[in-house]
Ligand binder design. Structure first.
Ligand SMILES: [Zn+2]
Length: 378
């Protein structure tokens, strides 16, 4: 089985339900991908992820490259076998973490030189190297190395990063096509990343330049990094309008529960974010009524589930009072149960979004979500 993407249904807004197929199975889109930073979605086992119905997860190339190392993972049969995850995996290029986590980074046309945040060792990440590492990991979808800049960015910085991102994408594409074929078939799909900060014309220019490289899918990067959500949507809309409708579109690093439908309405098929897992570890639970900060004293004697409307195994069994106690006592189980619920909640929102597209009422679903999250828990 190889790679394909098919749009099954689109509504008037441009939101679509589709099916992405990789050698590791089918992924119903629009999809939210839980983030498995270091070959692990924090606090969840792969069994739990399967039970939750996750069809694709994300792995971070930067972390896996530094530890345990991509060559070790290749030797052990690739990332799927190493982490015992039979379904699809998307890996990022490592660029975002190099720019946000590492020390002493120096960007040149060749690539980005950085020191590991673990042991201070020096490394050079080039577009070719990022492609090679991801091929060694054996993920289903790989991302090209792009230049990430801080926002808000002055126009000159955005222009220069855009220029470099296009050149790097061309080099990554060429290198990938030389090495990614196995027995005449592609072993992986490689996606391009549209940059251009918050300048609509630069976003359009970036998209046009990347389209010439003929990627099977396109991502929108460098957004949801502190700018107002209206601007995230405006930039995403500018880019999505130019991208080919028959190829998957991935908005990187989003978003809050009530925002997911907004991005889908702009024609986005794939999203990822550390929010549901990170917030869970900080005792912040997402529910159909808004956020629940479970450490709050008001839950001390609350025998209700986290979310009475939730069908997850945690809500079927445990009370708010128990969850609050686990967090107060610093028990590891607190993170496990909270993460399980939050990931279930996100995947369930995506299921409801797909259903709303089928029935033509996505806008109604979206405004109801915004209203609930603005109002907070009852
Ligand atoms: Zn639940």
């Amino acid at each position: 089985m190889s790679f394909s993407f098919e749009v099954k249904k689109a509504d008037a807004s441009g939101a679509r339900v589709g099916r992405l197929t990789t050698p590791h199975g089918a992924v119903t889109t629009p999809v939210f991908m839980p983030v498995g930073t270091a070959a692990s979605v924090k606090a969840l086992t792969q069994e739990a992820l399967e039970e939750l119905g996750a069809e694709i997860i994300l792995g971070n190339t930067y972390h896996l490259y530094l530890r345990p190392g991509h060559e070790l993972i290749r030797k052990l049969g690739g990332l799927h076998r190493f982490m015992a995850w039979p379904r699809s995996i998307l890996t990022d290029s490592g660029g975002y973490q190099v720019f946000s986590l590492s020390e002493l980074r120096k960007i040149t046309d060749e690539g980005v030189r950085f020191r590991s945040h673990l042991d201070g060792s020096e490394h050079l990440l080039t577009p070719e190297k990022a492609a090679e590492v991801q091929l060694a990991l054996g993920s289903d979808i790989a991302m090209v190395l792009d230049e990430c800049i801080e926002t808000p960015a002055p126009r000159e910085a955005a222009e220069s990063a855009l220029k470099r991102t296009t050149v790097w994408a061309g080099r990554a594409r060429k290198h990938f096509l030389e090495y990614a074929t196995r027995n005449g078939e592609l072993a992986q799909w490689q996606f391009g990343i549209v940059q251009g900060a918050t300048f609509a014309d630069l976003r359009r220019e970036s998209a046009r330049q990347l389209l010439e490289l003929d990627f099977p899918g396109y991502a929108v990067g460098g957004l949801a990094v502190g700018e107002p959500q209206a601007l995230t949507c405006e930039m995403t809309g500018e880019v999505a309008a130019l991208l080919p409708s028959e190829r998957p579109r991935y908005l990187m690093g989003v978003g809050r529960p009530e925002q997911l439908a907004d991005y889908v309405a702009l024609g986005i098929d794939m999203m990822d974010c550390v929010l549901p897992t990170r917030a869970a570890r900080h005792a912040c639970l997402y529910t159909s009524e808004g956020r629940v900060l479970i450490k709050n004293a008001r839950y001390a004697q609350d025998t209700q589930p986290i979310d009475p409307a939730c069908s997850c195994s945690v809500c079927r069994r445990y009370s708010r009072a128990y969850l609050r106690h686990l967090f107060a006592a610093g028990e590891i189980t607190a993170a496990i149960l909270a993460t399980h619920h939050n990931v279930h909640f996100y995947l369930d929102i995506m299921r409801q979004i797909r259903e709303a597209i089928e029935f033509g009422n996505l806008a109604k679903f979206s405004s109801a979500m915004h209203a609930r999250y603005a109002a907070g828990p009852s």
